[in-house]
Design a protein around this ligand. Sequence first.
Ligand code: URA
Length: 191
Amino acid sequence: MYESWETIKSECFECRRCPLGETRTNLVFGVGNENAEVMFIGEGPGEQEDLQGEPFVGRSGQLLDKYLAAVDLDRHSNIYIANIVKCRPPHNRDPKEDEQEACMDWLKAQTRLIHPKIIVCLGRIAAQKLISPDFRVTRQHGEFIEKKGFLMMGTFHPSALLRNPAQKPDAFEDFIALREKIKEICAHTYK
Ligand code: URA
């Protein structure tokens, strides 16, 4: 049980619980408001994230920032962003199940400290890990599901939108639905 940001950060940055810890340049802990009511969770760092130590700073991150800005969300003010795994999987492969498991304690500790009302899963890996193992993004994106005291929603991963721009309007609708849900249940996100 990690009770403060100092303890979780100091231990997490030394983490060698899985082989990804051996090949990382930087551990990508997370970014944003530690009191956010809305938390976004991606899959794992890519090349730019590994180099810069911040989630979603490559091409997919630039796209994510545009969607966020469209609904008045910003990584430096009113949300928090993290990933299922904190170290880059080689060649950007999917994180393996045991790597995801090894990293879960950190994400759980972060989530406990932030205590968001809404968690948005970016892409299949996060949605299947956190919402349901059989989650299908194309069918269930944009649906809000209550789980463990959080309202959870899965949407398209921005990298998937770069590969398949035809899905962008659906993703945009998810962000609009998110804005409405925030207005409904969050007290200070849009203050
Ligand atoms: N993709 C992710 O899932 N997370 C990042 O931080 C960057 C790209």
